[in-house]
Ligand binder design. Sequence first.
Ligand code: HC0
Ligand code: SF4
Length: 574
Amino acid sequence: MVHIRINGTDLSVPKGTTIHEAAKLVNADIPTLCHLNLEGFGMVNRTASCRVCMVEVVGRQALSPSCSEMVTEGIEIITDSLKAVSARRLNLELLLSNHPMECLTCRKNLQCDLQALAKRLGIYDIQFVGEKMSRPLDKSSAALVKNPDKCIMCRRCETMCNEVQTCGILSANSRGFDAFVGPAFNLDMADTSCTFCGQCVAVCPTGALSEINNMHKVWAALLKHEKHVVVQVAPAVRVAIGEMFDMEPGSITTGQLATAFRRMGFNGVFDTDWAADLTIIEEASELIHRIEHGGKLPILTSCCPAWVRFFEYQFPDLLDIPSTCKSPQIMMGTMIKTYYAEKMNIAPEDILVVSVMPCIAKKAEVQREELRIGEMKDVDWVITTRELGYMLKEAGIDFRTLPEGEFDQILGESTGASIIFGSTGGVIEAAVRTAYEWITHEELTDVNFRQLRGLEGIRSAEVPLKDMTLKIGIAHGLGNARKMLEGIQRGELDFHAIEIMACPGGCIGGGGQPYHHGDFSIIRKRQEAIYREDAGKPKRKSHENEMVMKLYREYLGDPYGEKAHELLHTTYTA
Ligand code: HC0
Ligand code: SF4
């Protein structure tokens, strides 16, 4: 233990405690901006670049950054000395002197840490008027926008991209006033190997990184009435969107979502869960086919589009092991523009499919050349959970008090297996529930594979299936995915199937979800809600989904058969 004095109080704290952490013990609330400690993500941003957390250490001339400096034996700290408080305000004013001040139209308006801090520190005038940075907006990708003028060099995105995701896209370039965070050689984001996971967006304190805005495209389509505009919503959205309306994290809002979509004017209202069940039928069939025919193992799940881009760029030698299944959002689009179009007697070109996803990479996924029926995209536009929240607020729809509605029945049924797709470990648990019964020909009475659940970054489990043991690996976060893939390359890992999700926590922690401001307990509550919703469903195995099985009987033929291949599978390119 280390003995210290803070604001006149004597304390003993463990070695390695920062001044900021110690100050909390005496209820001293020191502001921070660049600092971010995402415990559950394995990320600590301790760059101390913003200097708004300065404190006075007795006996020292210079002030100290409390977020990064550890306490030492005998240190005496004053957190609220006039010298420290005015230095914080001065440092923030200097940051603001080089900021565009476009708060009214900024994507982060009222959710910006810089804005909130300016208010807290009482900054209403800037005394330093000088040159401001002026760099072009990067809107080159279909997923995210980078506005370097709003960057405050906190480096949170850099820590996330490099240390957690190991993608290495964002780093500090140049020096002094010209310094900026971005790709090497100032490349456009679209020309880098960015996966569009959106985790940099999730931790950016300002509007320097945000998702591409597709809200106006959706409003325009609904307003024009020229097309049959349908919507689908991903599993993870229902346990998070309530947070935008001050509901408790982990509130389940499936029925309210269906009602909200009808109020917005969508002509068809679908649940991606239906397609998640369909994905399991294909993926479980593919796994069994590979096991029985000596195919390549382990099979890797392929529904997370950031993960797909990651393995295409970083592991081109392993392109033959991921499942060839399209993701549920894309399968849903395909089936809407074929099966549903036929049933409803609507020309596929007259249908416009909108997806509501917790994910930024889904915006880029729908632009992939392989994911089309002829010239027509499987899915047209993607909005994030946040964007849906903004649209509902704009329309004055009081989400909290909406009655529960139903999804359209043609593609409407879903099982508990599909809901758990939204959490790390869920896709593989859903696949195991089906594979178990198909391999053993026995009824699975307890569908809860608790050994596959949790939030540890890398997990493994063995599931006994009569004569064989199914060996499963799970990773979430791309840094953990990299470790798994390197293990496969070295021939050290012996798994039948591996589930990988790019975002920490899986889709519940997606880059398009309501901002969690570093509070990992929010991710935990969303995860608990996912398993609660699963437990409450009468059917919990994908192959019990009657509407999915009817689709095979009426339209697709055999699972993993010729027509299913043509419509539900895809290819990857290095
Ligand atoms: Fe997911 Fe999905 S589970 S990727 O995280 O597989 O975004 O929620 O929609 O497509 O279903 C996201 C979530 C999806 C897809 C599904 C999968
Ligand atoms: Fe890095 Fe993901 Fe951001 Fe791309 S989207 S820059 S991979 S954190």
